[in-house]
Structures are given as C-alpha cells and as structure tokens.
Design a protein around this ligand. Structure first.
Ligand SMILES: [Zn+2]
Length: 271
C-alpha cells in the first residue's frame, strides 16, 4: 500500500511538473551548465526548443531539467557554434531525445566532440538547416517569431563570430540569444539594421569584454541581462561588460542556478 501511495505521489509530482506550463504562454529557461550556455524554450502551442547544450560534463543538468519537465521530443535544436561549452552535450542530448530539426552555422571544427556530434546527426538522419542572418525558423503567421540575426559573413577568423544569434519574439516580448558573438558580429548586426531590441538579453560570450559593445547594448536595450558562466573561468564576466550593462537587471547562472521567465506576450515575469 505504501508503495502504491508513493507511486501515485511520484506520478502526480512528475505530471505536475510537466503540466505546470500554461499552453498559451512562452517559457524561457537558462540552464546552469557552469561555464557554457544552454537555454530551453517552451513555446505557446507546445513546441520545445533547445539552444546549446553546455559542456559534455555539464549535460546532466540539462537532461535532469528536461526529464523533470516531461520532455521526450525536441522540436528545434540550435547548435550556435562548434565550441565544446555550447555543443559538448549535444551527442548525449541526441541519444536521449527525438530531435526533429537542427539549426547550425556553416563552419567546421576539428575537435572530437564536434566530430562526434556530426556523426550522431548523420546516424540519426536529423534534418539540418543553416543558421545565418535573416533566416526565420517558423512560418510568418506563427504565434512566435524566431529569426537569426547572425552570422552575416561566410568567413571569420574567430569561431565565436560564427555564433548563431537568435531573436525569439512572442507578441510584444522578445529574447535575444547571442551565443558567443563578438564585436565584429555585433557591428555587422547593427549595420544590417536588424531590430535588436529585446526585453531579455543572453549576454554574449559569458560576459567577456570582447563582446557587448556599448552600441550593441544600447540597441538591444534589455531590461534583463542573463550571464551564463561559472564565475571563475577566464574571469568572466568582465567588469567592463558589467559596467556597460549597469542599466539592466543582471542575473548570473552561477549565483542563482537555473533562471526562468514566463510571458503571455504582453507581460514578462521572472519565475
Ligand atoms: Zn562559450
């Protein structure tokens, strides 16, 4: 009997987590993966989007989160660029969940972790689309707009500048995911005239001073600035970046753990 009660309790708790989302709202989670990036979006209508999967050693945090939310399928997976603190967890992710579509920039990288990721994509026969400036993920009449603002060139010296930068908007509320895009990419986005304005900015490159130029931050003009880092590596976030973000509410994964937002498209709240 005790076992039965326990089982019922577990089912209630688990399904409670899975259905705790209002299906009309957009939920955005920044997962604490230490020095790396990983974001999970639950879109109105039920689609699940994952942007980056952190280092291989940190993917457990992402998988625990997805399981707790009852996720079995990922509709859109964005691999922003080939560095391991963004795609390290991808192979593990692909072996745990059915992934319908992958977006990634056209750039290759000679590391085992990246080659293994590519091998898994081929083995599982997952469709891949190129992430580049101007590409929208969903059709124009969709509830949510998700458009890439970068990369805008085909050749960069620095791999970080291949970063797929994605703006996700639901009615009046927007999130800008900048991966590790640096100054050069920021200036390209500015000169392209994209509408960079967003309520929540995932601060580029873990708060490095080589990103987040004043012009870029002014143009995004975010209310919240999310920094995904471990608070130790490379001295990220740099004090210069924090200074440039002084007019925003700065939230750091290494101080708060997972960070979550909910919006009905009109109001934005931190959960
Ligand atoms: Zn990074």
């Amino acid at each position: 009997m005790k076992r039965l009660i326990l089982l019922v309790l577990c089912v209630v708790i688990l399904s409670g987590c899975a259905i705790s989302h209002n299906p009309d709202n957009l939920y955005v989670y920044f997962i604490d993966v230490g020095q790396g990036d990983s974001s999970v979006l639950f879109l109105p209508g039920g689609d699940v989007m994952v942007i980056d999967a952190g280092e291989t050693s940190e993917v457990g945090s992402l998988i625990s989160f997805l399981n707790a939310k009852g996720v079995s399928e990922i509709d859109v997976l964005v691999a922003t660029h080939p560095h391991s603190d963004h795609i390290g967890g991808m192979t593990e992710l692909l072996s745990n969940y059915k992934v319908s579509q992958i977006y990634m920039p056209k750039v290759s990288h000679d590391t085992l972790v990246y080659q293994n990721f590519l091998k898994s994509i081929i083995e599982l026969n997952i469709p891949v689309d190129q992430a580049k400036g101007g590409v929208s993920i969903f059709p124009e009449d969709s509830l949510v707009n998700a458009t890439f603002f970068a990369p805008n060139s085909s050749k960069y010296e620095e791999i970080n500048n291949y970063s797929a930068v994605l703006k996700v908007s639901y009615k009046d509320v927007s999130f800008l995911f900048t991966a590790d895009a640096e100054q050069l990419s920021e200036y390209e986005m500015l000169s392209k005239g994209y509408d960079l304005n967003a309520d929540v900015l995932k601060v580029a490159h873990h708060g490095s001073k080589t990103s987040s130029t004043k012009e870029f931050i002014d143009s995004v003009s975010p209310k919240y600035a999310v920094i995904s880092a471990d608070g130790i590596s490379y001295s990220h976030p740099h004090k210069e970046t924090l200074k440039r973000l002084e007019d925003t509410i700065i939230i750091k994964t290494y101080e708060t753990g997972n960070i979550s937002f909910e919006t009905d498209g009109l109001y934005l709240k931190r959960r």
